[in-house]
Write a protein of this length. Structure first.
Length: 168
């Protein structure tokens, strides 16, 4: 479970709800003017109550609404150690995807879980959360994940990809 300080570092904006809860929001811009919007609602102790994504087209029309209540229900009564997502961890995940060690679906699942409840180092929270949030919508056609996207995301966290061509 993330703390209030961690959620404030991870999400760009929030609003206070009744009984001390909050609704956090993080926007991710995509190709052609599309927008993905992550939402996370928490109670006063910052326990996640709801988590969802909304996908808008270039005319700001809501096209897709996806919620992740199954994961929340499954973990609500568990005591899971917090997952710390560093720049290196993100670079390793992108590299694993580029090397075909994990699928796009696995990368997206990891990213969505990280946005929902992982911890990010305080000094890198904004940058890392924006990169991870972008990975979380890579399965939406208007966002996708091309080589150029991976290169740009890696540069944002201080890494550079390298291609090596070898005889087959």
């Amino acid at each position: 479970m993330s703390t209030r300080q961690q959620n404030e570092g991870k999400f760009a904006s929030w609003e206070d709800l009744s009984a001390g809860g909050r609704r956090y929001r993080l926007d991710v811009t995509g190709r052609l003017g599309w927008l993905a919007r992550y939402f996370k609602e928490v109670d006063s102790s910052e326990a996640t109550l709801r988590f969802w994504q909304e996908i808008y087209d270039e005319r700001a029309i809501l096209l897709k609404f996806m919620k992740n209540s199954r994961w929340i229900k499954a973990t609500r009564n568990c005591s899971l150690p917090p997952m710390m997502i560093t720049k290196q961890a993100v670079a390793d995940k992108i590299a694993a995807y580029l090397h075909h060690e994990i699928s796009l679906a696995q990368l997206v699942d990891w990213a969505e879980s990280a946005v929902m409840d992982a911890e990010f180092p305080e000094r890198d929270a904004k940058t890392v959360s924006s990169v991870v949030a972008r990975l979380g919508v890579a399965d939406v056609r208007a966002f996708g994940l091309a080589w150029e996207d991976c290169e740009e995301l890696l540069h944002r966290i201080g890494f550079s990809p390298r291609v090596e061509v070898v005889a087959a």
